[in-house]
Design a protein around this ligand. Structure first.
Ligand SMILES: CC1(C)C(=O)N([C@H]2C=Cc3c(O)cccc32)c2nc(Nc3ccccc3)ncc21
Length: 347
């Protein structure tokens, strides 16, 4: 196999070259490191995401490298909030966090890798989906977002570009960067998200609780899945804003009545009248082909297996002390031991 790029060469790009000895010890040219960096998956303003191989298990991971030196205090707080949220969430359709590596300049989030990339690119490449294919994806989305809302977490930036696909075409929701924990009694007011997916109350600068803006965005996502286009669009932000506030959108002739009825439940101008994720689980279109027994239900989080003897033995076999393994795994320390333990379970 191609030798890992010399430390500081590939990962460098001015982000970590030489300055983060701790991470460098994880990515080491002579192969005794833990990660082999393969390529860059995406670049944000203060972050880069790299595809890497976790050498001890051979599993692919995506490492989000955040340059902390560029962040002001509030951005840094938002970042730590994102990490706290990611640690809290354990759902098959939400990208998993495996390890957090912090150094003075950077923060590295070792996360699940969704190999088929953005749903958006899939729609651009393959066009709109048949309703029965869209249903598989949409059921996963509803399950994942209902799960977040049940934990008082709202995403607030749901859009096709943030929805990733794994090798089995399962949805993996990424980017809880805007994620926020909401207090049902308090009100949030930051305008965030992408305009074509943004709920009318956001355009009106209204305060909002949280879940209802995700519900609106899901309606927009459903529309894009089955039509390949956006329900509200406009040459300018002003035009888009007017269309959203009018709440009128064209439904293509080929959309079934059941699907249109479901869209209508989400794309309601008045947030108080908009459906909730719980209520929509009983929707007819969502459950077509899924008779009573298989009706969409709230996700029952399986308690994490934190004492799997087979994996503990494997970790001991790799040279870790059994007491260290038990401490890292039961304590969910998101360190290298916890990461290896979790990756041993990834197919
Ligand atoms: C860590 C995490 C969650 C993440 O932050 N990204 C980035 C990177 C690119 C990108 C994007 O294009 C859209 C959303 C998130 C992201 C990830 N990208 C992937 N796979 C991928 C595969 C081919 C193309 C694009 C993304 N898996 C996991 C992640």
């Amino acid at each position: 196999a191609k030798a890992a790029p010399a430390a500081g060469k590939d990962v460098g790009d001015g982000m970590t070259s030489g300055s983060d000895l701790k991470f460098q010890s994880y990515v080491n040219g002579n192969g005794n490191g833990v990660y082999k960096i393969v390529k860059t998956l995406g670049k944000g303003n203060f972050a880069k995401v790299k595809l890497a191989v976790h050498i001890p298990t051979g599993r692919e991971v995506a490492i989000k490298v955040i340059d902390k030196t560029q962040l002001n205090t509030s951005a840094r707080q938002k970042l730590y909030r994102e990490v706290r949220i990611m640690k809290l969430l354990n759902h098959p359709n939400i990208v998993r966090l495996f390890q957090v590596i912090e150094s003075e300049r950077s923060l590295y989030l070792v996360m699940e890798y969704a190999s088929r990339g953005e749903l958006f690119d899939h729609l651009v490449k393959h066009g709109r989906m048949r309703e029965r294919d869209a249903r598989v994806i949409f059921r996963q989305l509803v399950s994942a977002i209902q799960y977040c809302h049940s934990k008082f977490v709202v995403h607030r930036d749901l859009k096709a570009e943030n929805l990733l696909l794994d090798q089995h075409m399962n949805i993996k929701i990424a980017d809880f960067g805007f994620g926020n924990t909401f207090d049902p009694n308090a009100q949030l007011e930051t305008f965030c998200g992408s305009p074509p997916y943004a709920a009318p109350e956001l355009f009106m600068g209204r305060k909002y609780a949280g879940p209802e803006v995700d519900a609106w965005s899901l309606g927009v996502v459903l529309y894009t899945l089955v039509s390949g286009s956006l329900p509200f669009d406009g040459g300018t932000l002003k035009e888009l804003r007017e269309r959203v506030l009018r709440g009128k959108y064209r439904v293509p002739y080929y959309i079934s009545m059941d699907c249109e009825n479901l869209m209508r439940k989400f794309l309601v101008l008045n947030p108080a009248k908009r459906t909730t994720l719980n209520a929509v689980m009983g929707d007819k279109w969502i459950n077509l082909g899924h008779e009573e027994a298989d009706k969409l239900r709230v996700y029952r989080e399986k308690p994490m297996e934190l004492q799997d003897p087979a994996r503990v033995d494997l970790l001991v076999g790799m040279g870790h002390k059994r007491s260290d393994v038990e401490q890292s795994v039961r304590g969910q320390l998101f360190d290298d031991i916890y990461c290896t333990y979790m990756l041993l379970n990834v197919a």
